[in-house]
Design a binder for this molecule. Structure first.
Ligand code: ADP
Ligand code: MG
Length: 323
């Protein structure tokens, strides 16, 4: 397989955490209700993700590792109304290009599962296997055939921290998902499914943080904002405690982060980065998520209105509290 393929793969997959992000998004798209993540050595040795989602039809298994094959885009217009997490069909092909890759999958109405192995982009013949309903993907020795990349991986604990962050984002965006995360055989997170986002926040960030959150909610012209923000008397200020989601997907947006900071301006004690877990819901046609391969930056059709909506939602909430 070509050097160009490997370079392209490196653009989508920067580090083990990128693999975890892509695989987790696929599990969500497959409507899984349970996801188990096992990694070894910060993901450099092994990333194994098992879901109980809808699985892949035997006829489509080979397609999943073909570049630009996706089952999620029906026609070009769909690019403008993306509802699923993935839509480019690049991720699995890229991962399989630069690792020892094994996929096992079974759909509920099939008697047997299918196993597919790819080694550094070389696809083996798929074969029947026994498997539970759902999909399991194993990625071993990431970057084994791009030695420079592999050499520049950070320590296992740093790479694992990045993986845990991806896991956290998916877990916060989908509280109903049962999820586990293990590192070198040790259980790091075991999350029961819940209807309450706040319960999940507590599991990740502790009771102290969860206790001092207040709920916010507002709707304006088809846009909805809801979630939790720090009580203004709290002075915990850290960018790491700020989570913003758009239509179920974690995003990074400087303008909205700024609006959040502004909402606390002049209020006692709070720093520039108040803790917040905010969910934005917009009609998909008002967002362009196709800006960056990793999709964490988005473009809004009307970013000023959103800025004001976020700012006024939080401000109004504070006013209602009579601070
Ligand atoms: P995309 O998600 O952009 O379609 P990917 O490369 O991530 O591209 O996945 C390729 C295809 O493989 C998906 O479109 C989907 O059909 C299938 N697939 C991948 N992971 C799973 C999974 N966990 N469960 C079911 N199908 C999956
Ligand atoms: Mg995908």
């Amino acid at each position: 397989t070509s050097v160009i393929n490997k370079i392209a793969a490196g653009e989508v997959i920067e580090r083990p955490a990128s693999v975890v992000k892509e695989l987790l998004e696929n599990c969500v798209d497959a409507l899984a209700t349970r996801i188990d993540v096992d990694v070894e050595q910060g993901g450099a040795e092994l990333i194994r993700i098992t879901d109980n989602g809808e699985g892949i039809h035997p006829d489509d298994v080979e397609l999943t590792v073909a570049s630009h094959a996706t089952s999620k885009l029906v026609d070009a217009d769909d690019l403008f109304s993306v509802k699923t997490m993935g839509f480019r069909g690049e991720a699995l092909a890229s991962v399989a290009e630069i690792s020892h890759f094994r996929l096992r999958t079974k759909q509920r109405d099939q008697l047997m599962g299918v196993e597919l192995e790819v080694h550094g982009g070389i696809v083996k013949e798929p074969r029947a296997c026994g498997a539970p309903d759902g999909t399991q993907i194993e990625v071993r020795q990431l970057f084994f055939n791009t030695p420079v990349r592999r050499k520049f991986l950070k320590t296992a604990s740093t790479e694992f921290a990045h993986i845990a962050e991806q896991f956290t984002r998916i877990a916060l965006a989908n509280p109903g998902l049962q999820m586990t995360l293990r590192h070198n055989g040790r259980c790091v997170h075991e999350l029961p499914p819940t209807h309450q986002l706040i319960e999940r926040i507590e599991l990740f960030f502790g009771g102290e943080v969860a206790q001092h959150l207040i709920s916010v909610e507002a709707e304006h012209a088809g846009a909805r904002i809801w979630g939790f923000v720090a009580h203004p008397s709290q002075n915990k200020s850290t960018r790491k405690g700020q989570y913003l989601f758009l239509n179920g997907r974690w995003i990074q947006d400087r303008s909205l982060q700024h609006a959040l900071g502004e909402a606390y301006r002049g209020l006692v004690m709070v720093g520039r980065y108040p803790v917040a877990f905010l969910f934005l819901e917009l009609p998909p046609d008002q967002v362009d998520v196709n800006v960056h391969p990793t999709k964490s930056e988005v473009r809004f059709q009307d970013s000023q209105t959103l800025y004001r909506l976020l700012l006024s939602t939080i401000r109004n909430r504070f006013l209602s509290m009579d601070l």
